[in-house]
Design a protein around this ligand. Structure first.
Ligand code: BGC
Length: 794
């Protein structure tokens, strides 16, 4: 183990799915699971390659109706490299003796290394493999395999192919749904060493072209090989017959080019891939550029923390997977961040509110990336406006699950694997996604000061979202308050009142408080937008002063429900029954997915005081105590500083953490008041994916919100870092398990180094042109000019 490598030292077929997800290599343009190149999809293996933003829709008849799903498409597998002894079976590690197995994901370099010895009929062969997916050039990947016959001489056959017969079948729950997304367009040889394959998605009509070149090297130069072109439908490649001599290594080098018809600066995807592959440098040269690109990325993103080696490694792994899902190559691709990365097919590559847990970290290292991800939402503003209009609402209603064109992609029915039933899915009622979009726009602005972005896109989104909420808020005369009815909060276990005919809950506290916040930000963004542009927006959007006054009125009269001295998750929560936590834990052991357990029992979580994940507590995650106090006081509720700890304690006892996002929030909100418990949640969040804490979900894709959430906990949570009111606020409280912490952030066009440890905080505004930054520490706000370090004893 080191801080920079995820290492497995045995071959364990049952673990392959998990390792494939965790050893995925990608570059923000495409990613390939860490599947064994000699393996095809079966019960243990699932090779998958996904291109950011590449979706396709298919219809299936299910439970008596036709449902349509949009999936992130599994594109042709470029990995296949099978091998066998002269005339024998293709080697399957499950069928031969395997010695010395090691699989090592090298995080600094972005390389997956695999080595082992297999023994067949007494012949020992050592195999060493390296692969990368180009962080330097996003259209390139490489796989190098070295064979060493340890105690024999003779023929070894190798088959290097591109496989377009793949389907989307990585998630067993979806297997009853249509999954054939690709049709073969063209395949064949380019030259003696190279082949190509072109497929097209059958609904969205995106062409995907892959080309690969396979070369053979002996220890002293090009190796002698007999080659044959193999073409079997959508599989194309070369069959190589190698002559092995005992003790001498032979290397097979496969380099790949991948393009799609969505790419820019190409004529045609097939042409681009074919031309590219023949001119490609060798594996080693390509690798050098790739390693340099990673090295530069790490300089921007690394959190240097003194902590247990395993914890540091996992934090690095989380940054690594984040950057493989979104990187500088994502800019201009018109994509959002899929909740499960480009690492598997769970949730079909859809984009949820999870961006809320991801953008804050990106904002402070590479805001150009976040800007581009926000543009994904901006381009889908017309679709969101249309969705609002269809429901008779003003403004824009972003979908809970988003894919290609911003249509609502949430399921209407969802399989419960415990019962085999397909109950209705009301999660589309999570309109709080519209808070997340607004929050992300605002956070980006606070971190960058990018008024231009507000002027071009941000303000318009904030205004349309404010309008939506103002439209959803209705006035309740008896209370002289506004309320929001018929929605769902982040806790997906409650979608209706017990025995209600219609889904939806009233006055979800998280939603209502954040709506007040969002209405204020929309008004503030208009103020910040330069006068000239503001005028244009005012005209284009048909804004009126009365409308802003109405927002202001709502933001002083929103209803927030309380019971037993805590904020209620929603109105009526107090009337629900207490849940038998002990009894269910004894009966079922793992009770994270109480929705499935209760549905299978003919019951429903709607009857109980229980939550899948942080809901009310999201308020303390997104807002500082000061902000919350301001908001509640503005609404005329009495502020009691004990409200926060009481509310945290209340819900912490009633949450099953069925979402990996939940532990992030719990760790964050307890970071100062209960350091021990907070650390426990942090450790569990760290282990979410590496140990597949939910028992089977990580093989279907990593949990990117939890991954980014853990690093953001270190970066912002433990340092008390906020970007608010043009000030970089710091208030560190490192966990006892950490020594020093050091990182660089990009704040308001300046690079700033933050160091915490040994009871000191130091902030350096690194040399360069630009204005001083405002830094808030305790009650003081100081100006730190360029080239100056400010040190504070804690
Ligand atoms: C969580 C949601 C989350 C989604 C995608 C669900 O299990 O409850 O909050 O957005 O997963 O990660």
């Amino acid at each position: 183990m080191s801080e920079w490598a995820l290492v497995y030292r045995d071959f364990d077929p049952g673990q392959e799915g998990l390792r494939e997800a965790l050893c995925t290599l990608g570059n923000g343009y495409f990613a390939t699971r860490g599947a064994a190149p000699e393996a095809a999809a079966d019960d243990y293996h699932y090779p998958g390659t996904y291109v950011a933003g590449l979706f396709n829709r298919l219809e299936t008849e299910m439970a008596g109706r036709v449902i349509e799903n949009e999936d992130m498409v599994n594109v042709p597998n470029w990995l296949p490299l099978r091998f066998r002894m002269d005339g024998g079976d293709w080697v399957d590690l499950r069928a031969v003796e395997v010695l010395d197995y090691e699989q090592r994901l090298e995080l600094r370099a972005g390389v997956l290394v695999r080595s082992f010895v297999f023994v067949e009929e007494g012949r020992r062969t050592r195999v060493a493999q390296r692969r990368f997916v180009g962080m330097d050039d996003p259209h390139v990947a490489g796989l190098e395999t070295t064979f060493l016959a340890e105690n024999w001489s003779g023929a070894l056959e190798v088959r290097s192919e591109l496989d377009g017969t793949v389907t989307n079948s990585g998630v067993s729950r979806y297997r009853q749904l249509a999954n054939q997304h690709l049709t073969l367009q063209d395949a064949g040889a380019i030259d003696d060493e190279s082949v190509y394959l072109v497929v097209e998605t059958n609904q969205s009509l995106v062409r995907v072209a892959e080309a690969c070149r396979t070369r053979v090297w002996a220890e002293d130069g090009p190796g002698s090989v007999e080659r044959r072109l193999v073409e079997e439908g959508a599989r194309v490649g070369h069959h190589l017959a190698l002559e092995m001599s005992e003790g001498e290594a032979v290397t097979v080098e496969k380099v790949v080019a991948l393009y799609t018809s969505r790419d820019k600066a190409i004529s045609d995807a097939a042409l681009a891939a074919r031309n590219r592959v023949v001119g490609l440098a060798g594996f080693e040269d390509l690798l050098q550029g790739h390693v340099l690109a990673w090295d530069q990325l790490w300089r921007r993103f690394c959190l240097e923390v003194e902590a247990a080696e395993e914890d540091v490694m996992i934090l690095n792994l989380h940054v690594f997977h984040l950057l493989q899902t979104v990187s500088k190559h994502t800019i201009d691709l018109d994509v959002g961040v899929p909740a499960r990365g480009l690492h598997g097919e769970a949730y079909r590559g859809h984009i949820f509110w999870d961006e809320l847990f991801i953008f804050p970290f990106l904002n402070l290292h590479f805001p150009d990336i976040t800007r581009s991800l926000l543009q994904y939402r901006f381009r889908r503003l017309p679709a969101a406006r249309e969705a609002a209009r269809r429901q008779g609402l003003p403004g824009a209603l972003y979908p809970w699950q988003s894919g290609s064109d911003g249509r609502e992609e949430s399921q209407t029915v969802h399989l419960n694997p415990h019962s085999g039933n397909w109950p209705p899915d009301h999660s589309y009622l999570q309109h709080h996604i519209n808070i997340a979009v607004a929050y992300n726009v605002w956070q980006y602005y606070e971190g960058t000061g990018d008024v231009e972005f507000l002027a071009c896109c941000g303000t318009e989104m904030l205004v349309e979202i404010a309008r939506l909420w103002a439209g959803l808020a209705s006035y309740r005369r008896d209370l002289d308050r506004y309320e929001i009815r018929g929605v769902m909060g982040p806790d997906e276990y409650h979608d209706a009142y017990p025995d209600a005919e219609e889904p939806g809950l009233n006055n979800n506290a998280y939603t209502n408080v954040m709506v007040v916040w969002a209405l204020q930000r929309a008004a503030e963004a208009l103020e910040l937008t330069p006068e000239f542009r503001r005028q244009e927006l005012w005209e284009k959007l048909g804004l009126a002063h009365e409308e802003l006054e109405h927002w202001s009125e709502i933001s002083t009269k929103m209803l927030i429900p309380f019971h037993d001295g805590v904020i209620s998750q929603f109105e009526g929560y107090a009337d629900l029954k207490e849940f038998d936590w002990l009894g269910y834990t004894e009966r079922y052991g793992d009770i994270m997915r109480l929705d499935r357990i209760l549905e299978a029992e003919g019951d429903t979580p709607n009857r109980y005081k229980l939550s899948k994940q942080a809901d009310v507590l999201m308020l303390f995650y997104l807002l500082s105590a000061t902000e919350l106090e301001e908001l509640l006081t503005r609404l005329g509720y009495e502020w009691d500083p004990e409200l926060i700890p009481r509310t945290i304690d209340y819900y912490r006892r009633r949450t099953s953490h069925g979402s990996t996002l939940s532990r992030i929030v719990h760790s964050w909100v307890l970071a100062r008041s209960d350091r021990e418990k907070s650390w426990e949640f942090f450790r569990q969040a760290l282990l979410s994916d590496v140990t597949d804490i939910q028992g089977g979900t990580t093989p279907e894709g990593i949990h990117l919100g939890a991954m980014a959430g853990t690093v953001d906990l270190v970066q912002r949570g433990y340092t008390g870092l906020e970007t608010r009111r043009d000030t970089l606020i710091l208030d560190p409280a490192l966990p006892d398990e950490f020594g020093k912490l050091r990182f660089d952030i990009h704040y308001r066009r300046r690079w700033v180094t933050v160091e915490v440890g040994d009871r000191r905080l130091s902030v350096t505004n690194r040399p360069g042109p630009g204005d001083p930054i405002k830094v808030g520490i305790g009650d003081d706000v100081i100006e730190v000019p360029s080239g100056v370090t400010k040190v504070v004893e804690l």
